[in-house]
Design a protein around this ligand. Sequence first.
Ligand code: SAM
Length: 272
Amino acid sequence: MTLDRLPPIRDSLTEHGLTAKKAFGQHFLLDLNITAKIVRFAALPQRARVIEVGPGPGGLTRALIAAGAQVVAIEKDTRFLPLLDELAAAADGRLTVIQADALEADETALAGGEPAHIVSNLPYNVGTPLLIKWLTGPFRPASMTLMFQKEVAQRIVAAPGSDAYGRLSVICQAVSSARIVMDLPARAFTPPPKVASAVVRIEPLPTSPPPALIAALEKLTAAAFGQRRKMLRSSLKSLGGETLCAAAGIDPSRRAETLSVAEFLSLAERLV
Ligand code: SAM
């Protein structure tokens, strides 16, 4: 069987008697035009190494393989393994399926120590922890093209002063550049989730802040946004409050949501 001879995803699901399970955050993309479009937004180089989290019935996986990628797919739900084995058999040696929890996966080992891109229609329940892992952990993806709930996507790209601006915006923008490349209504998924979704393309900055600075930034943003309506002199009290702000040249009567990412980094530098 070759890739273009595989049955439609909906038929593969029926053949294997598979239905979506809420506990695994399963909302499938059955339209291969949509999955091909997501892969175009990923702008992968030729024969790119790609880690896909949660291949499920394999709609996005098929598009990645069709685009020439070498894919390692991590799926937690064992029920999908026989279906994914069929896909691997049609993938000309370019699909390896691993049964694991992506939160515990060692991406560097999975990528064989080579640079790798991450492309995923993320399970919503673990989307944010996975993103934080890829932004701040030891494995630095070459790029990430990720589907999130729209509200999370908006938080990732939010600018200072907006309601969506918070910890996720600061941490993500301190280490990468991120933009929303595609919006998807709930009806694009089977079964449809309660909310709309969006695809975010994230590219790590060429030089990333050292791990100690990122750790300080995480501590700082937790305190500052934990009490986002309070002035910094009060929300950052346990980290030095007025003295810390003075050292970074920042007015302590400002509130967290008004600080730029550069200003947060400048405060974090004083905590390292
Ligand atoms: N990629 C498929 C698609 O686009 O149709 C499925 C996407 S569905 C939103 C999320 C997938 O992630 C499901 O297949 C689910 O079983 C899997 N999953 C959920 N939690 C996971 C985890 N912790 N590690 C790996 N896969 C997980």
